[in-house]
Design a protein around this ligand. Structure first.
Ligand SMILES: [Cu+2]
Length: 118
């Protein structure tokens, strides 16, 4: 009896595996990736506010064009901190929920920016 259950489980697993690649493809077509760039320099983040669509993946790239503490970026909602050097860029990927505001700031919270998802 036990052996039969194992066989049934294997058959089910194989069925799921056979279907998965198609599901992934369809998924990819449905989703629009939002590519956005924030420039970081000695006077903060530009633009400091980004209006994006909720439920669609965001690829947010920070590009450092200068020195200063704005290069130490903390994004509490994503539990992430980034450290950039002038000339460097780093990307964070996330999918915002409807109405979510994802703030980011330098380590001293002197410079601030945000992503607003609608
Ligand atoms: Cu600062």
């Amino acid at each position: 009896m036990k052996k039969l259950n194992v066989m049934a489980g294997l058959a089910l697993g194989a069925g799921v595996l056979a279907v998965a690649p198609q599901a992934v493809l369809a998924h990819g077509k449905d989703k629009l990736v939002q590519n956005v760039t924030v420039t970081v320099d000695g006077s903060g983040y530009h633009p400091a506010a980004l209006n994006l669509k909720a439920g669609k993946p965001v690829h947010l790239t920070f590009v450092s064009k200068g020195g200063g503490c704005a290069n130490a970026i903390s994004i509490p909602a994503l539990k992430k901190t980034l450290s950039l050097k002038p000339g460097q860029k780093k990307e964070v990927v996330f999918t915002p929920k409807k109405g979510q505001i994802i703030g980011f700031a330098c380590s001293m919270k002197m410079y601030k920016g945000k992503v607003v998802a609608k």
